[in-house]
Design a binder for this molecule. Structure first.
Ligand SMILES: [Zn+2]
Ligand SMILES: [Zn+2]
Length: 309
């Protein structure tokens, strides 16, 4: 399979000179099994250019088929969908997978097409769109690919996906906070709590269980893509925002025995030079710690071949 990054940014798109090398688009990753239809993870603004590229293939003739796995429905993970060209061509088949909510998934997505926000209603798009609601720990197949998932620690809950195909695997963990200080549910946390107080035992146990689920999902994975929006110091100031940092991602990669760790969901204020420095710093850290995995930092256009291509 080939994994290609189309959007690597968290929160909001940040075009401009200082982000031109890593790219300013929000989360979107394409996984292309050998000879198979593309599987897309997240529909941030990077999805727009991916859609244009797919229109050069069978999607341009209305004969394309794809699945989009949504981690959660925050803007930076769904905002590209109304601009996904294959949806405007009859005959294309687009399957959207996301976690089950109180409101049906189709209603969640159609809301961002409502007239105050966007001129074209979801119902007016010509492709065959199908919505698949996922329950906790769902496992399913897309073509030859096996998909597994687990929940992450993020406001209103996000899910991580693992795709196994062509003798290799990729695991996608965005968005998530470390499993140490706050257990996120559906409530909005206004202020950062003290990180020095011990957690109630039931909360600590639930976080430990969630972390174990993530480590199990990523076990021996060829590529672990992980939310590293923060540095460790930034995390200590804003632990209630629900994002992680490289030290935490490295600990997960080590425990899971991942072969590669890719820093992802870069903070909007992070310049290309900042990202270079973070990567260099943590490459030195993993070398000093004798970690055996390769450390990468995601940028738009990065393509990684895994297993049978
Ligand atoms: Zn995000
Ligand atoms: Zn989010």
């Amino acid at each position: 399979m080939k994994v290609r990054f189309w959007g690597v940014r968290g929160s909001i798109p940040v075009p401009g000179r200082s982000t031109s090398r890593y790219g300013g688009n929000t989360s979107c990753v394409e996984v292309r099994p050998k000879g198979g239809s593309p599987i897309i993870i997240d529909a941030g603004t990077g999805l727009r250019r991916l859609g244009k590229s797919l229109m050069e293939e069978a999607f341009g003739d209305g004969k394309g088929k794809t699945a989009i796995l949504i981690s959660h429905t925050h803007w930076d993970h769904v905002q590209g969908l109304p601009f996904f060209s294959p949806l405007y061509r009859a005959g294309n088949e687009v399957h959207i997978f996301a976690r089950q909510r109180d409101m049906h998934l189709e209603a969640v997505f159609s809301q961002q097409h409502d007239s105050p926000y966007f001129p074209v209603p979801l119902s007016a798009m010509h492709a065959d769109m199908q919505f698949h609601e996922l329950i906790e720990g769902a496992r399913f197949d897309i073509g030859n690919a096996r998909i597994t998932c687990t929940r992450l620690n993020h406001p209103w809950v996000a899910i991580a996906y693992r795709i196994d195909v062509d003798g290799a695997s990729v695991t996608y963990c965005a968005d998530t906070a470390p499993f140490a200080d706050i257990l996120f549910g559906r409530e909005f946390i206004v202020q950062a709590p003290s990180l020095d107080e011990p957690l109630p035992p039931d909360v600590a146990a639930e976080l430990a269980q969630m972390r174990a689920g993530v480590v199990a999902l990523a076990k021996n994975t060829d590529l672990l893509i992980y939310d590293t929006q923060f540095t460790r110091d930034e995390y200590r100031l804003r632990p209630h925002w629900g994002h992680s940092h490289p030290d935490d991602a490295i600990a997960i990669a080590r425990d899971a025995n991942a072969k590669r760790l890719c820093l992802f969901h870069h903070a909007p204020m992070r310049s290309d030079d900042d990202n270079d420095k973070i990567l260099a710093k943590y490459r030195a850290v993993i070398t000093a710690q004798h970690d055996r995995f390769e450390l990468l930092s995601a940028y738009e256009g990065l393509e990684i071949a895994l297993g049978d291509e």
